[in-house]
Write a protein that binds this ligand. Structure first.
Ligand code: SF4
Length: 391
């Protein structure tokens, strides 16, 4: 019998509270946990029997027969915003912010921006969605414009994705209030502050939210889930992902994968490993974290990547940290896996402290780091592990 683990926190906010008990039989799509405070509903992505409920997850034995085309629909509702909240939609691009909370802020003189940047290397499931379902995306954007009262919308995408751009041009042909915005082909073009700067010409301060200048930005897969919640009464139980790296079928895109599916299962479906291989990364190569074959598909998980084996390095290491690239935690982990000792840490010189957290002052306008490299060498670093986007 297949065991499915459904995490109670797949979003910004606290863990959800279960509304089922051990022994309950649940259907795919059935509500199983609700937020207390900021958060989003969680629904069963498989049909089965609940076997365990903890503070962090709900565990179930999946029924031997599953029909993933079926689900228990969310209740019909008076408003579109209520349907998005009921469906438990959260930011699918990685952030996991509850979408209904974000869309609640009205921007009657602002703009709604659909983020199709997908700028982490190797990831390609967002672009595949745009290529194949541009009309659904446009319908989702119109729902978001209606809810936020945004009079204008842009779809931000890099022109190198020619097939997707052509699909969008056709889809917005009769939509005078929706335009395509061509982003520069650089990392981190998908960062919200970069998108606001590019599309609106406004430079947000580090830590300043897009809503303060009348912008609402959602990833294209989030908008797909908005459309599904409103049109199909579908809860957020499935996720699109890319599996890539040292797997037999490079850049395998998996669409509508039930939440709770494991990385190991998807790697197998991508043809299995290319040997030798290193760690499994959950998320993109820039901002992802180390995982295992047991790592789970969650609402905010976009990729499982299989890396090269780490080179072995015995010299002392200095790490160079970036907000949009390698974090201190990730770079330290990489150095440790190489067998090296971290003797010095520096941040990109653009990083500034805002409310106790270091943020990038100007994402995507990345400076040279000579003075930081000299500082790391002076502190005893013989080699560097660099997380900045520019190097
Ligand atoms: S300016 Fe520095 S912190 Fe900001 S994105 Fe570029 S390298 Fe990263």
């Amino acid at each position: 019998m297949k065991k499915i683990v459904l995490p109670l926190k797949q979003h910004v906010g606290g863990p959800c509270q279960p509304v089922i008990r051990i022994g309950d039989s649940v259907q795919r799509g059935q509500l199983i946990a609700v937020p207390h405070g900021l958060g989003a509903n969680i629904h069963a992505s498989y049909s089965g029997t609940i076997t365990e409920v903890t503070d962090t997850c709900i565990v179930m034995d999946a029924d031997s027969r599953q029909d993933f085309t079926l689900y228990v629909p969310i209740p019909a509702s008076e408003t579109k915003l209520e349907m998005i909240a009921a469906a438990g939609v959260v930011g699918a691009g990685g952030a996991g912010f509850p979408t209904a909370v974000k869309l609640k802020t009205e921007i009657p003189t602002g703009v709604f921006i659909a983020n199709a940047a997908e700028c982490e290397p190797l990831l390609c499931h967002n672009i595949k969605q745009v290529e194949e379902h541009a009309d659904q995306l446009v319908r989702g954007i119109k729902y978001c414009m209606e809810i936020t009262k945004a009079p204008k919308a842009y779809i931000a995408i890099k022109p190198k994705h020619k097939k997707a751009v052509i699909a969008l041009i056709k889809a917005v042909l009769h939509e005078p209030d929706i335009d395509i915005y061509r982003l520069p082909d650089m990392y981190p073009a998908g960062d919200e502050r970069v998108i606001v700067r590019e599309v609106m010409g406004i430079e947000l301060e580090p830590g300043q939210l897009p809503g303060t200048v009348g912008a609402c930005i959602d990833n294209v897969e989030t908008i797909k889930h908005v459309a599904e919640a409103i049109e199909d009464r579908k809860p957020a139980i499935d996720k699109d992902l890319t599996v890539s790296g040292r797997v037999q079928r490079k850049e395998s895109v998996f669409v509508n994968v039930p939440i709770g599916t494991t990385a190991g299962e998807l790697i197998e479906r991508a043809g299995g490993y290319i040997k030798p291989h290193g760690e499994i990364v959950v998320g993109g190569p820039q901002t992802g974290r180390a995982g295992t074959e047991d790592s789970l598909v969650a609402k905010n998980c976009g990729a499982f990547l299989v890396a090269m084996p780490f080179p072995q390095e015995k010299r002392d290491v200095g790490i160079l940290i970036c907000e949009c690239g390698g974090s201190e935690e990730r770079l330290t982990h990489v150095a440790e896996y190489m067998g090296a000792r971290v003797v010095a840490r520096e941040m990109c010189k653009r990083m500034v402290e805002v409310n106790g957290r270091y943020r990038c002052g100007l994402p995507g306008v990345c400076p040279g780091q000579a003075e930081k490299v000299i500082a790391l060498k002076r502190a005893g670093a013989q080699v560097l592990v660099v997380g900045t986007c520019s190097e």
